[in-house]
Design a protein around this ligand. Structure first.
Ligand SMILES: O=C(O)CCC(=O)C(=O)O
Ligand SMILES: [Fe+2]
Length: 644
């Protein structure tokens, strides 16, 4: 049952009412006793009043029902009826009255929903927005529940998206209410706005990218002292420029197995490719991970989860609530994770409520025998670790002052063969993590999608609440990207014309907006890539004790890539060949790095080619990194680099 306006014949329109009130005024101005005319007018007036009261009551009931059921269609229909006709003062005043009556009893979440819906509607009557903005301030000040704040923030962001002109009003309202809001309210609000693709940085500023200095300093002290205080359990893989510790047999086998079983039984695994490359298979989105992930967000009461969390907190001497939900990773043949840092990007909305990831404890849940890949490799530290079930690696992600540290860059090398690699990330923040009952931790958790923009419904939306699709519905975004690709990534006139016909539901203004968003997004990606690229040299120098990377030395300076390709290709699938050139002369520097898909191929090439001649000169072929040292230091498994 939808509230429908009364048939126009019975709507008392304004001229009639004006005429009526003039006549009434004239009639009551005289001091004379009631005339017939006057009696009749009073009757009509009462009739009109009653009718108005009836309409108002109906309208309020309809709005309330739509709010209660979160029925967008119904609410938009009601609002639109008043929107285009809001020039009609009587109808507009009815809506205003209805809102004024209802707003004090509304919760922030309902208000947020109302704001959002109004953004879709054609309502342009500024007084209505004034009423709403005022109510929003009041509600926001009273609200403490993050969920309500979040809904309001999404409404707010959505208005900016749909109706920038009306956004200004809400902006004023929220700016003033944020002055008295608690830090937590403000952070949640900012988190939701950013997630909805409207960071509103001028109003909200930026979240802190760093960890509090004292907290970071304390963690560093702890990491430095652990190898001394727990000599038998903790080894130092690296001291400088940051402590990288290894704890063999840290997590009992029983827990390793139980955690994997938990993720399997509850079907928590999500393929990374599902989150990124597969859904956004445009050249612009390059997935750097191919593993699967399982987040144990709702399993704190599981005995193994409990045990691991309290152990981790104890080792690092931090409160347990600094630890985010455990995250398992699974790699099968050919899967890997590209070079990355674990800390959050400066634009990550999560910084608002979770803060930065201060430290990582990486626990291997399965053993990868030599030759089956899966090593964790720290390019800038020159360390590579072979996964051993139960072993934990520990390192800070920030420096001693709390600033995210780029030298923590690391990758998980491709798994080769049938053996499945399992690992677990225990990420420790520099602050208390919020109660996870209201946050969308992950798309596969209960309640996921609740906070995505109203028109972007779970599970259509890609991860990051639509920020990777610019807040668009995934299907629309995909159509947009595909069309753009056909136009060679150039938004030409033809591109807009095509889209205009293909997506009648989307206005051209929104399409142009999306192009702008995309440009911004690409810039951001490029910047990120650039950051990673600057480490490429170091990464290459410090390739892990690899089972498939021979390095070839003593080459003549005249040797070219083609010569090497010809000589080394016969031994197998040569996946990479890197011949560094002298920047001054343009000739080969004298060494080259080769990578085969398998250890066997690399071994064959190494045995056959070491000592053979290339362009008349004997060459030396060896592994890029030597096997771990034996002897006194053997247990540290710290690799040393071969080639200088
Ligand atoms: O599996 C590994 O060895 C590393 C995993 C990792 O770096 C991550 O998930 O962030
Ligand atoms: Fe990582």
């Amino acid at each position: 049952r939808l509230f429908l306006p009364p048939p126009s014949a019975t709507v008392p329109d304004i001229p009639d009412r004006l005429e009526f009130s003039q006549r009434k005024a004239a009639a009551t101005a005289t001091e004379e006793p009631p005339t017939k005319e006057k009696e009749m007018l009073v009757e009509v007036e009462e009739g009109l009043e009653n009718a108005a009261q009836d309409y108002l009551a109906d309208l309020k009931q309809e709005i309330n029902e739509a709010l209660r059921d979160r029925n967008e269609t119904s609410l938009v229909t009601i609002l639109n009826h008043y929107g285009p006709r809001s020039e009609d003062a009587w109808l507009a005043s009815l809506l205003m009255q209805a809102l004024k009556d209802l707003l004090p009893g509304m919760f922030g979440a309902e208000l947020g929903f109302l704001v959002t819906t109004m953004a879709y509607s054609e309502i342009r009557a500024v007084p209505v927005w004034h009423v709403l903005a005022e109510a929003a301030i009041e509600a926001a000040l009273l609200e403490t529940h993050p969920r309500a704040i979040t809904e309001m923030a999404f409404g707010f962001a959505w208005v900016k998206w749909q109706q920038p002109d009306l956004f200004a009003l809400l902006h004023v309202a929220f700016s003033s209410c944020l002055k008295t809001a608690t830090e937590e309210q403000k952070n949640v609000f900012a988190w939701a706005c950013t997630r909805a693709g409207q960071p509103a940085t001028r109003m909200l500023g930026k979240p802190s990218f760093k960890v509090d200095m004292n907290t970071a300093g304390k963690l560093w002290d702890r990491l430095k002292s652990l190898p001394k205080s727990r000599k038998s359990e903790v080894q130092t893989l690296k001291k400088d420029p940051l402590p990288l510790l290894m704890m063999p047999e840290a997590v009992p086998m029983m827990h390793c197995d139980a955690l994997i079983k938990l993720a399997n039984d509850e079907k928590l695994w999500v393929e990374s490719s599902e989150l990124t490359s597969k859904h956004l298979d445009c050249d612009l989105f390059v997935s750097s991970r191919s593993s699967s992930t399982a987040v144990l967000a709702w399993h704190d009461s599981n005995p193994s989860v409990k045990a691991v969390r309290s152990w981790a907190a104890h080792i690092l001497d931090v409160p347990e609530n600094f630890i985010e939900p455990l995250q398992l990773v699974r790699y099968t043949d050919g899967q890997h994770i590209g070079a990355h840092m674990d800390w959050n990007d400066e634009r990550d909305p999560d910084l608002w409520v979770f803060g930065q990831r201060m430290a990582t404890m990486l626990v291997y849940l399965s053993t990868m025998p030599e030759g089956s890949g899966g090593e964790t490799s720290f390019g800038r530290l020159g360390v590579s670790v072979q996964p051993q079930k139960g072993t934990a690696l520990v390192w800070p992600n920030v420096d001693e002052t709390g600033k995210p540290e780029r030298r923590t860059i690391h990758s998980a090398r491709h798994v080769e063969g049938d053996k499945v690699k399992y690992a677990m990330n225990i990420w420790v923040h520099g602050q208390k993590q919020p109660d996870n009952s209201w946050i969308k931790w992950h798309r596969s958790t209960p309640g996921a999608g609740e906070y995505s923009l109203p028109s972007v419904s779970f599970p259509e939306v890609v991860e990051h609440g639509g920020s990777q699709t610019g807040g668009w519905k995934y299907a629309d975004h995909k159509a947009f990207m595909e069309r753009l690709k056909l136009h060679k990534h150039t938004p030409t006139r033809g591109f807009f014309e095509h889209l205009y016909h293909e997506m009648p539901q989307i206005s051209s203004v929104e399409i142009i907006d999306h192009v702008h968003w995309l440009a911004d997004y690409m810039y951001h990606l490029a910047q990120k890539q650039w950051n990673l690229d600057t480490f490429i040299d170091e990464k290459e120098q410090a390739k892990p004790i690899s089972s498939s990377v021979p390095v070839c030395q003593q080459l003549t300076h005249q040797v070219e890539e083609d010569d090497l390709d010809e000589a080394f290709r016969p031994f197998g699938d040569l996946t990479s060949l890197h011949l560094p050139l002298d920047r001054m002369t343009g000739f080969a520097k004298g060494y080259c790095m080769l990578e085969y898909r398998t250890h066997a191929e690399a071994l064959a090439a190494l045995s056959a080619m070491n000592g053979s001649k290339l362009k008349g000169k004997p060459i030396e072929v060896d592994w890029l990194c030597k096997e771990p040292q034996t002897g006194r230091d053997a247990r540290s498994r710290s690799p040393h680099k071969n080639a200088k």
